[in-house]
Design a protein around this ligand. Structure first.
Ligand code: MRU
Ligand code: ZN
Length: 202
């Protein structure tokens, strides 16, 4: 099946990703050239706009975006994020419309201490990921890092929790998703808040 995504659609997606990226970078969650973002532009076949590789994510423009297929391979644009395949895998697996990857200190620190996953309960902020504040345990999975995105995708698929739109990649950072870039951003900020709380508690 063919899919028709115009340069205009891609530039619009690029503008959204650049704005989201600048926000995360301003929080110090995308230091150096770390982190990457994507938004789904078509489902059948899967097409995503992904941030280009190696850029300072606080300085992206609408043109620093690459159209990729369901395997994370470039369809149009320059060199996609080295983690584009994982973004496509998350979108296919979860039905998410947008994926965020950030390198936060809290995700690496807490992931190191809790390689079996991090359990949250009785925190009002859980409502920010659509869960009850009370009487429910919600686990944030931690998966081992790999430079092979297929291996990382297999680990994410095996570990993911339907109630938690995120996983920690040990020694690396945080992957979070949502229906839209806006919801993915809200989920990212909530999950990062929970991780910072966990860090403060220990
Ligand atoms: C300090 S950048 C580390 C990279 O290997 C990667 O983990 C990352 O988050 C950014 O990669 P990118 O290819 O720019 O999307
Ligand atoms: Zn990374």
């Amino acid at each position: 099946m063919s899919v028709d995504i115009s340069d205009f659609d891609l530039a619009e997606a690029g503008a959204v990703l650049a704005a989201e990226s600048a926000r995360f970078a301003s929080f110090g969650w995308m230091r150096g050239t770390s982190g990457n973002l994507s938004v789904v532009l078509a489902r059948d076949p899967l097409r995503l706009a992904v941030t280009a590789s190696g850029h300072d994510k606080g300085e992206l423009t609408a043109r620093d975006v690459v159209l990729v297929d369901g395997a994370g391979a470039a369809v149009a644009g320059g060199r996609p994020s080295a983690e584009a395949e994982l973004h496509a895998r998350v979108a296919a697996l979860t039905g998410a419309g947008a994926v965020v990857h950030v390198h936060t200190v809290a995700s690496v620190a807490v992931g190191h201490r809790s390689p079996e996953g991090i359990v949250f309960r009785d925190v009002e902020m859980l409502k920010g990921i659509g869960q009850p504040a009370h009487d429910v345990e919600v686990t944030l999975p931690v998966i081992a890092n790999s430079q092979d995105m297929t291996v990382l995708g297999d680990r994410l698929e095996a570990a993911r929790e339907p109630r938690m739109p995120a996983v920690v990649v040990a020694g690396h950072g945080l992957y979070v998703w949502g229906q839209s870039p806006r919801q993915a951003r809200h989920h990212t900020e909530v999950v990062e808040w929970l991780l910072e709380l966990e860090l403060a508690r220990r």
